[in-house]
Design a protein around this ligand. Structure first.
Ligand code: NAG
Ligand code: NAG
Ligand code: NAG
Ligand code: NAG
Length: 417
């Protein structure tokens, strides 16, 4: 008990440390309101099913196999076309017009260096530079996040390499190569810290594998702190925020990097309510109540937090979300799943969503935004753009009215009171 009081007092007392870094964004005063460009510089069947359908090969299920089982020149030309067209400057203009102030760009460490034995294709960095210039031009701040690393840090499809048992943490080489990529990323944007204000060295780290793996992650985070804070050498600090993922175990980090010498550290936590059976079975009203209660969860951490991923989807119905041909737990088509209901009407093109579903999505969106802004430094919604599963798309939400034209223009400002 004494410890937790001490930690709470320390958190209040040392709160100004983030300002001491003179960030180009007033973190701690203004809320982060952002959206992710997931599926752009690293590809994922869930975001762009068409890229994978076109491959027409049952072995191709993620970016790894996409690169492994197709002709290299062909992969390079498909990816280049995707990078050129999926996100353009117009997206940055629309994001800025919607009142958002941050954009998150996920990518694999292979953009900087490909691990020996991995098939990934390079060419992403000119687009990352473009993203930074577009953000700068349109008044947006950038969070750059490594979403995939050698050996896959979590085995998830969104890491680019689907594995039942992730292997990143089992090899020193994997970890060192990731640190090298973090260093190169910080170096690349060391003269653009007015725009690239946050770096996340590795998304969804596997703290869920237990304390031994968490201790490996802690060492990696400590190295990452140095790599991000000191890109100019030891005599001068960068103002970049170091964003560390909680590995789905928020309170494991309560006494990690909490003392004042760790400046500008934020933790990233993700909230989803479409995957677990208990979440899938909630009624619309229960989803709203559950969302409002996120404030309490966020306040249970002594760290500055940002909700780096969340969505208005309440099911795993989205095409290829669980993997190509894997079905959905929600409608019982996934292996060993308990059916909650039909996916009909919950996913797909937003033009087919019913007025009552869209009205609910608006409330769910507002309840989460309110809860996150009360409990943390802000949020990044996943995802800006979706080819098929548009219940996940910010852009579709704007177009079909379940997201306000300006981010602060709430219809239900008291929904959580
Ligand atoms: C997909 O592959 C199968 C078997 O290899 C082939 O018969 C079929 O024509 C292909 N479809 C397309 C659209 O290329
Ligand atoms: C964790 O590490 C300790 C000390 O090295 C070891 O004794 C233990 O077996 C490890 N636990 C697991 C689950 O690997
Ligand atoms: C609300 O969140 C807190 C903190 O995470 C948790 O302990 C509590 O059980 C939650 N309440 C409800 C009704 O879910
Ligand atoms: C489904 O359950 C069976 C029996 O428990 C198990 O062998 C199998 O691995 C499970 N499949 C999946 C995809 O979880």
């Amino acid at each position: 008990m004494f410890r937790s009081i001490a930690v709470a007092v320390a958190a209040l007392y040392f709160a100004p440390s983030i300002f001491a870094l003179h960030s180009a964004f007033p973190y701690g005063t203004e809320k982060i309101r952002g959206v992710s460009l997931g599926g752009w510089l690293s590809i994922w069947p869930f975001v762009t099913p068409s890229l994978f359908d076109a491959a027409n090969d049952s072995r191709i299920i993620d970016e790894f196999t996409f690169s492994q089982y197709q002709d290299r020149k062909k992969v390079e030309s498909i990816l280049k076309h995707h990078w050129d067209t999926w996100i353009t400057e117009d997206d940055f203009i629309a994001i800025s017009k919607a009142g958002l102030n941050h954009v998150k760009v996920p990518l694999g460490t292979w953009a900087f260096g490909v691990n020996k034995g991995e098939p990934f294709v390079q060419g992403q960095l000119p687009y990352l530079k473009k993203a930074a210039h577009w953000a700068q031009k349109h008044g947006l701040k950038l969070l750059i996040d490594f979403h995939g690393a050698p050996g896959s840090q979590n085995g998830f499809l969104n890491s680019g390499h689907f594995l039942a048992s992730p292997t990143w943490h089992t090899s020193k080489t994997n970890i060192e190569e990731t640190s090298t990529a973090v260093k190169q990323l910080a170096w690349m944007f060391k003269d653009m810290t007015d725009t690239v204000t946050i770096i996340d060295p590795l998304n969804e780290t596997p703290a869920f594998l237990g304390p031994n793996v968490t201790s490996i992650i802690k060492d990696f985070y400590t190295d990452s702190y140095g790599n991000i804070r000191y890109p100019y050498g030891n005599s001068r600090k960068s103002s970049t925020i170091v964003l560390l993922h909680d590995g789905f175990s928020l309170n494991v980090w309560d006494d990690f990097m909490i003392t004042p010498e760790w400046e500008g550290v934020m933790f990233d936590t993700h909230f989803y309510q479409g995957f677990a059976l208990v979440d899938q079975q909630r009624t619309y009203d229960e989803h709203i109540k559950w969302s409002c209660n996120y404030t309490n969860t966020l306040k249970s951490s002594p760290h500055r937090l940002v909700v780096g991923e969340w969505t208005t989807a309440i099911s795993d119905c989205g095409l290829y979300l669980g993997g190509i041909g894997m079905g959905s737990k929600y409608d019982g088509t996934a292996a060993n799943s308990t059916q909650t209901g039909s996916c009909e009407g919950l996913t797909g093109p937003a033009s087919k969503f019913s007025p009552s579903y869209k009205a609910f999505l608006r409330k769910l969106w507002e309840a989460q935004v309110i809860a996150f802004e009360r409990g943390s430094e802000g949020w990044f919604q996943w995802n800006w753009k979706m080819e098929i599963a548009q219940e996940w798309s910010y852009k579709s939400g704007l177009q079909y009215g379940w997201i306000p034209q300006h981010v602060t223009d709430l219809k239900y400002p008291h929904i959580c009171d």
